[in-house]
Design a protein around this ligand. Sequence first.
Ligand SMILES: NC(=O)c1ccc[n+]([C@@H]2O[C@H](COP(=O)([O-])OP(=O)(O)OC[C@H]3O[C@@H](n4cnc5c(N)ncnc54)[C@H](O)[C@@H]3O)[C@@H](O)[C@H]2O)c1
Length: 382
Amino acid sequence: MSAPEIRFGLIGGGLMGKEFASACARWFHLAGDVPPVRLVAVCDHTPRNVDWFRRVPGVERFYGDYRALLADPSVDAAYVALPNLLHEEVCAAVLDAGKHLLGEKPFGIDLPANAGILAAARRNPGAFVRCSGEFPFYPGAQQLLRWHAEGRFGRILEARFAIRHSSDLDPAKPIGWKRQVRTNGAYGCMGDLGLHVQQVPFRLGFRPLSVAAVLSDVVRERPDGKGGTAACDTWDNATLLCRSRDAAGDEFPVTYEMKRMSPGAKNVVEYAVYGTEMAAVFSTDDPDAVRYTVGSGGEMDWARKVLGQRTAFPTITGPIFGFGFPDALLQMLASFACELRGQPVPFACATPEETRRSHLLMTAALRSEAEGRTVPVDGWDG
Ligand SMILES: NC(=O)c1ccc[n+]([C@@H]2O[C@H](COP(=O)([O-])OP(=O)(O)OC[C@H]3O[C@@H](n4cnc5c(N)ncnc54)[C@H](O)[C@@H]3O)[C@@H](O)[C@H]2O)c1
């Protein structure tokens, strides 16, 4: 017998809310034993944004206030895709309303807000809670994770995890909530992008012991969209160099790059792990493949392993066809649905504990930048 349907309510119908609706609407794309998911209700405080969702099959109820959506007994789970400022209030309300939660990074505007969401999760142990993060579901990223699980890398020498955008290079790009500390948080680009580069190393067991951060605030003001200008007071680029330790007890450098101003990069995510026996580099610029080299010195070749649609959760797509961002999102939601219903998953969405660790690292990075020195990343084990 198939698992019962998970009826989702969506709170925040912007960029990510629309992607989420699109993924739910093509659930039939998944070929395996994945619990059914349906988007039944949508909330956004802007009526125009709510109206957009009238085209999505299956959505029956439309709200302007998230409290009304949470009072709706037909909603089992909520996806919260709101500005960071609202994460704590709304995610905690979702959990206190007895719903399951898929939140968005950074899962709280700062460390205390993240602690507030985690406290709500502890108050409601029946609720299933995860945070969004789709990039680890790319086939090349999954292959890199499998190689690590098989112990193929040998002793880890170094690892690098990056996300790079370039649209902020345009000084005429209007300000939005993501470029202001009040709504986005003091982490700046790290809050917006951080978990995308942190989830995989954390899952690989690369624990940051200390961090030396270089944070750059390049653009100080932007058009406000009303003919004037507004202060753009968030960090644009962040590079974090961390002394890290893995489960084997080995220590090595891990670099985290989170950049909104990286010339030539649309939305590039890159995971690179270098070991004594193997090195592998995955980039969303080459989404169906992963590059690797094996051996220990001498003449070593870089090979490109082409995976096509070798996904964590099988789909109807032909195995030779390409993979992209909407596919990764669908894979991530399949993982959420399976885990919620107690089914085993090849890769789980980010846990509340992983978001807490993300906040610990980013909070330490802010201190490192402010004090101009390397600082310890404290509190890892709670
Ligand atoms: N997983 C990813 O790849 C990814 C990518 C981009 C953004 N995000 C995250 O998703 C979240 C949302 O980002 P976005 O890019 O979709 O933002 P967005 O600005 O496009 O959308 C936010 C939506 O929330 C609505 N909203 C604001 N306040 C509200 C309120 N009080 N009640 C109801 N609706 C309200 C806005 O009208 C807007 O439609 C953020 O946490 C961001 O960090 C994740």
